[in-house]
Write a protein that binds this ligand. Structure first.
Ligand code: SAM
Length: 256
């Protein structure tokens, strides 16, 4: 369990934050816009590759916004998050009329492809090997992960040969990228975005092939004019902050 804490360093701090924010998470238009853009980029990438994803694992699903958007296009989404509060909100959303019936929510800090909380590969052998997935997604999560290499190795272990990852997050495009988070939200942020060059090298080192880490879309976000402008709560008045544009990358790789 030592590595569990080191992967999502401050998994405790991070979890506390996400548990606290879970109930109000879906009230922020930005998280919906960002997931919609991620879903569009992921589905376009699948189309461009002629790749059909049937069984999908989303790591760090939060309240399941991206899972809801992907679910109509696939057989099943297993949606995992380390913050139980997030998974509770997702479970409530899944009870609502019209919710997709093919999302399986799991509260776990995923570090082991054979984690018993994942569904078994064979329903008749509940204690047997765990399911593998054609596609793994993870949106706005990588910048919170302390040990990216360990998480990429876990992902590789959750894929069969030919399985793909399509991971989306904002890009580290230089020192200004740190403005993505208000000062009060910087706890649990391990890096200010994803560096395309470093991520490409890391994914190749871990064993992915055909790695491509490329900017896919940009989003406007209101940011602090100075550190701490939005105060402890991160809430702002109309005149506070200023708009800034952030590039987002899609990190793609295939398991050989
Ligand atoms: C910024 S939130 C993003 C949530 C969601 N993807 C969205 O965009 O609305 C990051 C989430 O990743 C989760 N997380 C980070 N590392 C994880 C891991 N290894 N396993 C499961 N959840 C993880 C955190 O608990 C948190 O809810």
């Amino acid at each position: 369990m030592a590595s569990a804490v080191s992967n999502l360093k401050g998994a405790t701090g991070g979890n506390e934050r996400f548990n606290k924010e879970a109930a109000a998470w879906d009230a922020r238009p930005f998280v919906h816009e960002a997931s919609e853009a991620a879903a569009k980029a992921i589905l376009a990438k699948c189309d461009a590759l002629g790749f059909t994803a049937r069984q999908v694992l989303e790591i760090g699903c939060g309240t399941g916004i991206l899972s809801f958007l992907i679910a109509p296009h696939v057989e099943r989404v297993v949606a995992v998050d380390a913050a139980e509060g997030m998974i509770e909100v997702l479970k409530q959303k899944l009870q609502q009329p019209g919710a997709p019936a093919n999302i399986t929510p799991v509260a776990v800090l995923l570090e082991d492809p054979e984690d018993p909380t994942l569904p078994p590969a064979d329903a008749d052998k509940p204690d047997g090997p765990r399911q593998k997935f054609d596609l793994i997604t993870s949106h706005l999560v990588l910048h919170h992960i302390f040990d990216l290499e360990a998480v990429l190795r876990t992902m590789l272990g959750c894929l069969p040969p030919g399985g793909r990852v399509m991971l989306t997050d904002f890009e580290d495009f230089g020192p200004e990228a740190r403005r993505f988070h208000a000062a009060s939200k910087k706890g649990g942020v391990e890096r200010h975005g994803i560096s395309a060059k470093q991520m490409t090298a890391l994914m190749e080192e871990v064993g992915f092939k055909d790695v491509q880490v490329e900017p896919q879309w940009t989003m406007r976000k209101k940011v602090e004019k100075f550190d701490g402008e939005f105060g402890e709560s991160g809430k702002m008045l109309d005149d506070d902050g200023e708009m800034m544009e952030f590039p987002f990358v899609l990190c793609y790789g295939e398991k050989p």
